[in-house]
Write a protein that binds this ligand. Sequence first.
Ligand SMILES: N[C@@H](CCC(=O)N[C@@H](CS)C(=O)NCC(=O)O)C(=O)O
Length: 230
Amino acid sequence: MSEYLVHLIPGSPFARAVLATLEEKNAAYRLAGAVPGTLRSPQHLSRHPFGRVPVLEHGDFRLYETQAILRYLDRVLPDPPLTPRDPRQAARMDQAMNINDWYLFPGAGAVIGFQRIVGPRLMGLTPDEGAIAAALPRARAVFEELAQLLGEQPYLSGESVTLADLMLAPQLDFLEQTPEWAALSSQHQNLRQWLARMQSRPSLRATTWEQVAARTAASAAGAPRAAAAG
Ligand SMILES: N[C@@H](CCC(=O)N[C@@H](CS)C(=O)NCC(=O)O)C(=O)O
């Protein structure tokens, strides 16, 4: 079977979901780091016409959109399964992944995460406090809903980790690093415990911003990555 190649920018929570899924599957993969600011280059647009990351290459098959990539990986690497067999649990998984794409990332990650972390760290920008304040009500609503859906379960769609957990944990891990985290999560201890549970998994521990940055450089030199067990 061909090797997996992931085009990404270190720190991207969407890309981390792909890497964490590959790690959960114990698959070998390589990283191709895009330089921030070059996603609109003709070369990258030929991979991703909307100029984003991640992009997966698997042999002659190229795919963008994180949900599609995660589901593809779960089909071609069926062990361990990361989609519940039960239709209702699978529907909860799908629901959480769409909450990520429609509400969590646009409402919180793309504003609060960008203003607090990405902009200052990668572009030297000063956080726009007005934009952050305006995003908070929507972000609060997303946290409330995620906490409600999680309830007392260990994972978002039940007893086992699924693609939804792997997709949302990198986003919340990102937001945990912002000053807004305390206000957003203090009423939702179940969500905090879930995030800690996810952060302790080898797949998340192996895919931190720092580790991915280091490995991106190593992969550029041609060393394939054997996933950590777990
Ligand atoms: N819908 C896309 C979203 C991916 C996305 O927004 N990625 C961010 C990094 S986390 C990105 O590429 N941002 C670059 C930009 O917006 O120019 C997916 O699911 O893959």
